[in-house]
Design a binder for this molecule. Structure first.
Ligand code: NDP
Ligand code: GDR
Length: 359
């Protein structure tokens, strides 16, 4: 039985990847952070509680406390688990927030990657442990070429992008210097019903559902013109695994090859929730108006603008398609929006039921 260690297992991708690897028959281990509130909601269904322990049901994932800022912890965990594959998904992953906590972001996302690679080297596991590094389209930042492929030059535009740039190069350097099977997946935006609620897509689908059910008045957004290549997270975790099964350690772009604006995403999400929106005005005066009632449902709030913005990202997944045999359009943009809105409609209904019970 192969063993995998996932850092960031409590996040969107970590939860989907854990499910995928369990399905493949892996023994799955995950690093979780100590938190004063629950942070394991996305993987609750994968680990057992005390009740199940008595029934001797085997754990689907084994969780270990740890942190990307703690070298000795990482060394100890890797020595204890002896994983065949490590998926380094842990990161302070919010681009806007990285402007507020730049040093912590560099420590976790940049030096954290180095700590992991060094732990493997320190233990002498270069030949036995493969490493996947969660790189990002944010490396391209200020776009110099469209679409972006594995050969496009990088120009990050945020402390997050710059920290991930270090993570990218240190992974490549350890591959070349120590012959390690260490690879970068340069993944473009991928979303799902499990996406964090402050990322734009989830913020929109949740707001569309709440506005439709009458529990939210308005949605405030930043740059409506930003364009992203949005895929479905569940489709993307397979590529992480495929990269580690490839015969050579190489870096791959994972994207759909299709780009949409935040405005387009919003229009479609509201439509899926049963509300037709039309846009009026320009710049910060632009508003999304309910065609039926004339009510303003979406407004621009400059507080969501970033000091330096990434205006557009469009990936070229040709290499992944030809070398990994991956199908980039498994879940279409329209299907993705539908999945997210439907899931949030159910969530809002549940919220409402609970609220009514306690009223
Ligand atoms: P999430 O923000 O949903 O998850 C991040 C995970 O990292 C969480 O489990 C979080 O723990 C954990 N984490 C954060 N800081 C630390 C730390 N110091 N030590 C240990 N764990 C930590 O991100 P996603 O699942 O969306 O993304 C996964 C990875 O892929 C990230 O590295 C992200 O930067 C990268 N990426 C994501 C893309 C996307 O579109 N989703 C695109 C390209 C790259 P906790 O739950 O306790 O907060
Ligand atoms: P991104 O995702 O920065 O691309 O990083 P996010 O969803 O935060 O922003 C996408 C675009 O939407 C614009 N935007 C808003 N963004 C947020 N969060 N909130 C708003 O209200 C809003 N209004 C407009 C943003 O300006 C931006 O242009 C994500 C993360 O998952 C990273 O970890 C990952 O590396 C990249 O995707 C690829």
């Amino acid at each position: 039985m192969k063993k995998a260690l996932i850092t960031g297992i409590t996040g969107q991708d970590g939860s989907f990847l854990a499910e995928f690897l369990i399905e493949k028959g892996y023994e799955v281990h995950g690093v979780i952070r100590r938190s004063s509130s629950f942070n394991t909601e996305r993987i609750e269904h994968l680990y057992i509680d005390e009740l199940l322990k008595d029934m001797k049901i085997k754990r689907k994932v084994q969780l270990h406390y740890g942190d990307m800022t703690d070298s000795t912890n990482l060394i100890r965990l890797i020595r204890e688990i002896q994983p065949d594959e490590i998926y380094n998904l842990a990161a302070m992953s919010h681009v806007k927030v990285s402007f507020e906590v730049p040093e912590y972001t560099a420590d976790t996302d940049g030096i954290g990657t180095l700590r992991l690679l060094e732990a493997v080297r320190f233990l002498g596991y270069e030949d036995r442990t493969k490493i996947y590094q969660a790189s990002t389209s944010e490396l391209y930042g200020k776009v110099v070429e469209v679409p972006q492929s594995e050969t496009t030059p990088f120009y990050p535009r945020s402390p997050y992008g710059v920290a991930k740039l270090y993570g990218f190069w240190i992974t490549k350097n350890y591959r070349e210097a120590y012959n390690m099977f260490a690879v970068n997946g340069i993944l473009f935006n991928h979303e799902s019903e499990r996406r964090g609620e402050t990322f734009v897509t989830r913020k929109i689908t949740l707001a569309a559902a709440r506005i439709q059910k009458g529990t939210q008045e308005k949605l405030y957004l930043g740059n409506l013109d930003a364009r992203r290549d949005w895929g479905y997270a569940k489709d993307y975790v397979e590529c992480m695994w495929l990269m580690l099964q490839h015969d050579r350690p190489e870096d791959f772009v994972i994207a759909t090859g299709e780009m949409h604006t935040v405005r387009e995403f919003t229009t479609l999400a509201f439509k899926e929730a049963g509300i037709e929106i039309e846009w009026q005005g320009k710049g910060i005066e632009e508003k999304g108006i309910d065609k039926e009632t004339g009510k303003i449902l979406v407004e621009v709030d400059p507080k969501y603008f970033r000091p330096t913005e990434v205006e557009q990202l469009l990936g070229d997944p040709t290499k992944a398609k030809t070398q990994l045999g991956w199908n980039p359009t498994r879940t279409s943009f329209e299907e993705l929006v539908k999945i997210m809105v439907r899931s949030d409609m159910k969530l809002v209904e549940r919220e409402e039921r609970i609220r009514r019970e306690f009223d």
